[in-house]
Write a protein that binds this ligand. Sequence first.
Ligand SMILES: NC(=O)c1ccc[n+]([C@@H]2O[C@H](COP(=O)([O-])OP(=O)(O)OC[C@H]3O[C@@H](n4cnc5c(N)ncnc54)[C@H](OP(=O)(O)O)[C@@H]3O)[C@@H](O)[C@H]2O)c1
Length: 330
Amino acid sequence: MTTTVQAIRIDAYGGPEALKRVELPVGEPGPGEIRIRHHACGLNFIDVYQRTGLYQNPLPLTLGMEAAGIVEAVGEGVAHLKAGDRAAYASNPPGAYSEARVMPAKCVVKLPDGIAFETAAGMMLKGLTAQYLLKKTLPQGGLQSGDFVLFHAAAGGVGLIACQWARALGLQLIGTAGSDEKCRLALEHGAAHAINYRTEDFAARVKEITGGKGVKVVYDSIGKDTFERSLDCLRPFGLMASFGNASGPVPPFAIASLGPRGSLYVTRTTLFTHIATRESTQAMADELFAVVQSGAVKIRIDQRYPLADAAQAHRDLEARKTTGSSVLMP
Ligand SMILES: NC(=O)c1ccc[n+]([C@@H]2O[C@H](COP(=O)([O-])OP(=O)(O)OC[C@H]3O[C@@H](n4cnc5c(N)ncnc54)[C@H](OP(=O)(O)O)[C@@H]3O)[C@@H](O)[C@H]2O)c1
């Protein structure tokens, strides 16, 4: 059986205007696949990188890597899901900006009844990222209660989840954000300190807050504009975790400069290494569901758009107008 669904696709890399509404055929799932009908789709900064071509995929490309909905059919060999299940995912390949799709089952998990589709679409990619950053991307000796970490874009989608999760772990998260209002939001969600990095020298403020010592980890998704100064925020043997490029890719840097700065470590991480198997995806999702169901982490959906308005959602995200998570409603 093949049906037709509405989807948002790019035929060529470009600005938000490259996002086109199209009708696509959706067929039956093959071995290891499911067909899922989306009730809500997530918006992520990676969608922008894929739209502009900073991250390349074969074209034409239906964007979107995060969604929640109901499983309609399962292919041969899929044991953990069945038709009728509520489910959610963060995954490659893209394709979530659609009413329904066929996709690999290994990335998809059953959604607990207490978590709404919209909440799930706002938290799978961002929450699993916060999980692997705070729990698995650690300095030598790990992170202990009371430790300082620096987290850029703390009022964003990943950022507000990280603020709350860090507080639950007893960490002192210093958040940066692009306005005083966003700084307030980060503080309300568990950041111990917040720095407006448009008006303040964040490295100087980090030194002040930590009594000159610096932080054990910097989680940097801004890239070009913050990478170099972020290194100045680390204490000896500290870890620079670069995980995004909202301001542009990190330019080449002198690895030798890590020595005099205190024998620093640098990593460039991606969620997709962490969710490469069904077992690791399920284990990470179980942790995310537990912190959300306990109330320790609340998922803020601050922007909602019809799927057909995906271009406006991209404009707002790139213009730094959004806070928390955004969802696209098919
Ligand atoms: N590697 C991974 O595994 C992984 C997974 C998920 C997300 N990420 C990355 O994590 C970051 C956050 O993702 P998200 O989807 O939750 O987005 P988001 O944080 O909600 O939005 C991006 C934020 O970056 C800040 N920013 C600073 N300079 C910017 C610029 N020149 N242009 C646009 N934004 C700028 C803005 O906050 P301020 O106004 O407060 O500065 C903006 O709101 C992104 O860089 C994303 O690529 C990486």
